[in-house]
Write a protein that binds this ligand. Structure first.
Ligand SMILES: CCCCCCCC/C=C\CCCCCCCCCCCCC/C=C/C(=O)SCCNC(=O)CCNC(=O)[C@H](O)C(C)(C)COP(=O)(O)OP(=O)(O)OC[C@H]1O[C@@H](n2cnc3c(N)ncnc32)[C@H](O)[C@@H]1OP(=O)(O)O
Ligand SMILES: Cc1cc2nc3c(=O)[nH]c(=O)nc-3n(C[C@H](O)[C@H](O)[C@H](O)COP(=O)(O)OP(=O)(O)OC[C@H]3O[C@@H](n4cnc5c(N)ncnc54)[C@H](O)[C@@H]3O)c2cc1C
Length: 697
């Protein structure tokens, strides 16, 4: 019932029928969209071969651990190669396109992707992977990611029967129109109205103020024909709060806006390329009429007479689509982070600076301890987010099944986990992409490094689907010691326990890590609760407001505990492949001890560990970095990304960075002419004027 989308890992639904399937068996380094001569040259050199030779584990098996199964590796590989080998999906020129060109390119790619999906009879799982590897935000994401899930989750069976087949075949294109100019975070503050008119059996959708204009919905600006619009339901003179309605916006004949509908794009966004491929839109309604049965009526209904009837389910199920997308955003965080880390690790192995005063080889920057201490925690975080993302997907599927059976007991836990994990993983990932840019020095600032665009396209994830601060504050409510909160049941022990760590190696014991993280999270939560009750002599809300910065930190501590716990659980499982488990163990320890080191103040202030134990954790961290070093390149190879998907001259599989950087520079439109446009208008007159002045002296 709550469910927005389907679990793509298991779904085998095919889109239409077709005679053939494509088969590609080339290794990733053959997948550049360049000429065959270049491919030949690339196959001959592997500047990272020495790095790959030092790996102490089976990379192919690590690919399986990363992807989740052999099947997942195989499908992802096939879809990535399908995209990389198709010239329509070229993206190396993206940052040089104008907004109009970029948008048209997005439409072309989406149409071509759909054509291939139908021709090759791809399953839903394959189609979604193809969408991901095309790697260009567009209306398709919102159509499949929010419009369809909203109808699935909030529509009655009858409504699903009517609307979903149209949406599945792209006979209509939908978006998710919730946010308004005046309100985004505060959903209950939305102003758009849907007033029932019993005379005509219709709802009248209206934007009463400027601030009630829908603002931001992706796909709305130019592409969508329909939207799920969130509006205040008014019937029999009473306001029943926010509900969802399916509203047609544009003609299915010529795409013109329907009467009473004003809509357009909200304008250019941060960075070149990046999220500018998306038509985030503005929408106003002037008394637009829709039939009553276009209110999404699974959770509540309005009868023909105008009576409001609420089904006996929690009203928060209305937010189900957001929960669905939040859990998919957590899975995406590990993808974005691993891309950035892959680029930074490979380039750091290629890049050399200093170290030789006599003309001998310089030092690979990856060998600098400072580079390792900045980069390896990010590598470990990528793996950590991947595994916690898998767990969250499981939790989401589980809660969805329970909801189908009218069991709402895990709803709050699922909301808290998706909200908190979305907030922490996206914030860390956005910062990490920027850190990877810096780790690549000056070349990281070039668009051809792929990092500026990756950052620009990723950073709104900290805001959309719920501002991260607003989401973290959601964790503070309704804490019952169940599920991931179960450790709170051990309050007496955790409030007074002392860590037994007495050597750096002791920090390799997962129990020691787990206990320190649990004690820290619990003590921070208890401190908050005490401070709130002290601050709130009159009412709890005042104390909550007063202490909200502390609550935020306590929420982060709780989420970090979940991530650490899920990583430890993963490593406890049976993991096949030579050395794979050992590498994951090392990365798990890097992740946990890095967080401990970074938030040492929390651990010390709450008395969970002593300053000496903190120092020992840092000592162990240094040893772990040395352990990761020879495996670093192979650990990013295990992400199994094609050069096309990475989109970075610095992150190339073959490490042949310099010719690629050089070649890329010449492709810039500024280099189309030797003498730039504007020379005769501005440069020449200036130079001549100065020459004239000088000759007069
Ligand atoms: C190329 C062609 C390819 C074709 C391919 C086809 C193949 C397709 C195959 C598969 C498809 C898959 C596709 C997936 C794609 C996915 C891509 C996704 C792209 C992402 C793009 C993002 C675009 C962005 C969209 C948006 O941003 S939408 C708008 C989002 N807005 C928000 O998030 C608003 C945030 N605010 C809130 O959520 C709420 O206002 C609030 C802050 C939670 C406060 O709620 P409120 O009710 O006002 O008050 P409270 O008192 O705080 O809460 C009351 C109560 O309710 C609980 N609660 C709150 N929320 C929830 C919840 N969600 N669930 C359960 N419970 C909830 C809360 O805890 C309180 O509980 P208590 O009373 O017990 O304390
Ligand atoms: C790229 C992009 C795509 C989007 N796509 C869609 C879409 O498809 N459909 C859709 O409906 N919406 C979409 N949105 C809108 C998005 O969901 C909202 O922007 C988001 O929910 C944040 O809301 P806001 O803009 O109102 O921020 P605000 O709430 O105004 O945030 C401003 C500041 O106030 C702080 N703040 C707000 N409330 C509190 C509080 N209670 N306590 C403490 N601090 C607070 C925030 O932390 C932030 O620092 C998109 C946004 C972006 C950027």
């Amino acid at each position: 019932m709550w469910r927005g989308g389907s679990n793509t890992r298991t779904c085998k639904r095919r889109f239409f029928s077709s005679p053939t399937r494509s088969r590609h068996h080339r290794p990733p380094y053959m997948l550049h969209s360049r000429g065959s001569q270049h491919l030949k040259a690339m196959a001959e050199v592997d500047h990272l071969a020495a790095e790959r030779a030092t790996a102490r584990f089976d990379v192919e098996e690590m690919k399986v651990a990363w992807a989740g199964s052999r099947h997942a590796v195989h499908v992802a590989d096939r879809m990535a190669r399908l995209v990389a080998s198709d010239p329509v999906f070229r993206k190396d020129n993206r940052t040089m396109l104008s907004r109009k060109e970029l948008f048209k390119d997005t439409l072309r790619k989406a149409a071509h992707a759909w054509k291939r999906i139908v021709e090759l009879r791809l399953t839903e799982e394959e189609a979604d992977l193809l969408r991901q590897y095309v790697d260009q935000p567009g209306y398709v994401d919102l159509h499949w990611g929010m419009f369809v899930p909203a109808i699935k989750g909030q529509g009655t069976e009858e409504q699903q029967h009517k609307w979903l087949p149209l949406a599945y075949k792209f006979q209509i294109i939908g978006c998710y129109a919730q946010t308004e100019l005046g309100h985004g975070s505060n959903v209950q503050g939305l102003e758009t109205t849907a007033t029932f008119d019993p005379k005509t059996d219709e709802f009248v959708i209206h934007s009463p103020t400027l601030t009630s204009s829908k603002w931001w919905p992706g796909g709305l600006g130019k592409a969508s024909t329909h939207a799920v619009v969130y509006a205040r339901l008014i019937t029999e003179g009473k306001d029943y709060g926010i509900h969802g309605f399916i509203v047609q916006l544009r003609s299915l004949e010529d795409h013109s806006p329907l009467p009473g509908v004003t809509l357009g794009d909200i304008g250019g966004k941060f960075g070149s390329g990046a999220y500018n491929s998306m038509d985030n839109g503005v929408l106003r309604f002037d008394h637009v009429r829709i039939p009553r049965d276009q209110m999404l009526m699974r959770l509540s209904q309005v009868t023909r007479e105008g009576k409001y009837v609420h089904s006996n389910v929690p009203k928060q199920l209305l937010y189900g689509t957001m929960v669905y997308v939040r859990q998919s955003i957590v899975a995406d965080a590990s993808k974005a982070l691993s891309r950035a880390v892959c680029i930074a690790v490979r380039y750091s192995a290629v890049r050399k600076q200093f170290g030789s005063q006599d003309g001998g080889p310089e030092t690979q920057v990856l060998n600098y301890k400072t580079q390792q201490s900045r980069l390896f925690p990010l590598l470990a975080s990528a793996y950590a987010f991947r595994f916690v993302g898998d767990w969250l997907n499981w939790l989401y599927t589980d809660v969805t099944q329970k909801l189908e059976a009218k069991d709402f007991s895990t709803l709050q836990e699922a909301h808290a986990c998706t909200a908190g994990l979305k907030a922490v993983t996206t914030s860390v990932t956005a910062d990490a992409i920027e850190e990877c840019r810096k780790l690549c020095g000056g070349h990281g600032y070039l668009n051809s490094s792929g990092l500026p665009e990756l950052f620009a396209v990723y950073v709104p994830a900290c805001t959309y689907e719920g501002d991260n601060v607003v989401l973290l504050l959601q964790l503070a409510s309704g804490k019952q010691p169940v599920g991931t909160m179960a450790y709170m049941g051990k309050v007496q022990y955790l409030m007074q326990c002392k860590s037994a760590v007495s050597s750096a190696e002791d920090w390799l014991n997962p129990d020691a890590i787990q206990e320190a993280f649990e004690a820290r999270a619990l003590r921070m939560a208890v401190n908050c609760a005490q401070n709130i009750s002290q601050a709130a002599s009159q009412e709890e809300a005042a104390g909550f407001y007063e202490r909200s910065p502390d609550l935020l930190e306590a929420a982060v501590a709780h989420i970090q505990l979940i991530i650490v716990t899920k990583f430890i659980e993963k490593v406890h499982q049976e993991i096949p492949g030579h050395g794979v488990k050992e590498q994951l163990q090392a990365l798990c320890n890097v992740y946990a001890l890095y967080i401990l080191h970074k938030h040492l103040g929390d651990f010390l202030a709450t008395g969970c560990i002593t300053p000496r134990q903190g120092a020992l954790a840092n000592e162990q961290l240094g040893k772990l970095y040395a352990q990761v070093r020879p495996n670093a390149v192979a650990l990013v190879d295990a992400f199994n990304y094609t050069d096309h998907y990475l989109g970075s001259v610095l992150g190339r599989y073959d490490g042949d960075v310099y010719p690629a950087l050089y070649e890329e520079a010449w492709k810039d439109p500024l280099n189309e002419t030797v003498v730039p446009e504007g020379y005769h208008e501005y440069l020449r007159p200036l130079i001549k004027q100065q020459q004239l002045k000088l000759s007069r002296l």
